[in-house]
Design a protein around this ligand. Structure first.
Ligand SMILES: Cc1ncc(COP(=O)(O)O)c(C=O)c1O
Length: 395
């Protein structure tokens, strides 16, 4: 990858293959800055690893609990890049982060248990815990100057609270939690005995000057009830391979995860090619991830500069993730209404805030994905600007 330019993007392929509100689902001419998925091809090392595996023509069963080299690669990366000491025996490959969240919910929740889900946050927290029969209580999540406030969280805890969903870095707010907040959450988990569904899928996409701190970096003793999920869709652009990993900080919880994942029966488990790709991603393409973050940083800075000059929209500066989550309430329009207008008239598509994707606390907001070329981002922002100028000048 030279940089985030149109030259690097194969639009013909994306038009056929990129779903989930993206190229294959929009009319020609519409720029989709929607699902958090990259427009760039994966690192060549990932393609090579897949080709190498395929060429022998054998695809037998692999270990039920995942390939050893894959688990070892994840364990090493966690130690070296995130100060998380997790032995490969406690890491369970899973067929996507989404499925990992469902497995965690199934393993530790029963119908009627209460759970706390931050609002806003990615819909998968509600979906996974709700599917396990839990009663969801929303914790209104507020931005602070330099993060997200956990103030008042304790008031939402009851004797029935069994799990809290924690997204660090936070999608869609793009913020990181600080050491004090992480310790506070661990204190609460110890005091009240609830589990933490700790989603670290965004932990590789951190802007310069910021630091991702994992709950797990406080060690296994403090994380007796922490269950972590990680995925490859954001960092390595392999969402369609449906691959991720979950881990616990002790073998008792790990066994519960393994059981709930059905891998020992072969009903669950990760496609071998996805594990090969995941292993190559970590072992051979981290250089490319770092390059990706550099380019995303340029895109973030450019987009923030542009948005600051537009009417009817305000945006805080994210510390992590490749999404912006601006406030558009000044336009007086509902997010869905604005997004449809943008798509149909101005030919740029973004994700609306509101109940469906991020919860009721995301009303008044939209989400913009930055993982595209500088040219497309510029043109997408031009179109957003035209739309907002028209709305705010009453046209
Ligand atoms: C916070 C969060 N968790 C989980 C996922 C799901 O990732 P995957 O594609 O690996 O299922 C996403 C994807 O957007 C996400 O933002």
């Amino acid at each position: 990858m030279e940089g985030f330019t149109n030259k690097e993007i194969n639009f013909e392929v994306l038009k056929k293959r990129a779903f989930n509100l993206r190229w294959a689902e929009v009319e020609d001419g519409v720029i989709p800055l929607t699902a958090a998925d990259s427009d760039f091809p994966v690192a060549p090392e990932i393609v090579e690893a897949l080709q190498d595996y395929i060429k022998d023509g054998y695809f037998p069963y692999v270990p039920n609990r995942g390939m050893k080299e894959f688990r070892q690669a994840i364990s090493k990366m966690l130690k070296e890049r995130k100060n998380e000491i997790v032995s490969p025996e406690l890491i369970l490959p899973i067929d996507s982060a989404a499925s990992g969240m469902m497995t965690i919910a199934r393993a530790f929740l029963k119908p009627g248990d209460e759970v706390i889900v931050f609002d806003p946050v990615d819909f998968l927290f509600r979906t996974s815990m709700g599917n396990a029969g839990a009663v969801i209580k929303l914790f209104p999540t507020k931005l602070t100057e330099d993060g997200i406030s956990l103030e008042g969280l304790e008031d939402y805890i009851t004797p029935k609270t069994k799990m809290i969903g924690f997204c660090n870095p936070h999608n869609p707010m793009g913020m990181l939690y600080k050491r004090e907040e992480l310790e506070y959450l661990l204190d609460l988990s110890e005091k009240y005995g609830f589990y933490i569904m700790n989603d670290e899928i965004w932990s590789d996409i951190v802007y310069p000057g910021n630091q991702f701190i994992s709950l797990n970096s406080f060690g296994p003793e403090r994380n007796r009830r922490t269950l972590t999920v990680y995925g490859f869709s954001k960092s390595f652009g392999i969402a369609g391979l449906r691959v991720g990993a979950i881990w616990a900080m002790n073998s008792e919880n790990y066994e519960k995860l393994a059981e709930a994942s059905y891998v020992d029966t072969t009903i669950g488990g990760v496609n071998v090619l996805s594990q090969v790709a995941g292993t190559a991603a970590i072992e051979r393409s981290l250089y490319r991830l770092d390059l990706f973050v550099q380019n995303i940083t340029e895109n973030r800075d450019y987009a923030l500069e542009r948005i600051a000059k537009m009417p009817g929209i305000r945006c805080h500066r994210p510390q992590a993730t490749f999404v912006l989550f601006p406030d558009i309430s000044e336009t007086g329009m509902e997010p869905v209404e604005l997004v449809e207008l943008l798509r149909d008239k101005y030919k740029v598509y973004i994700v609306p805030g509101g109940e469906r994707f991020f919860g009721p606390g995301s009303e008044g907001h939209v989400r913009i994905c930055l993982a595209t070329s500088h040219e497309l981002l510029e043109e997408g922002l031009n179109r957003i600007e035209r739309c907002l100028n028209d709305i705010m000048s009453g046209k």
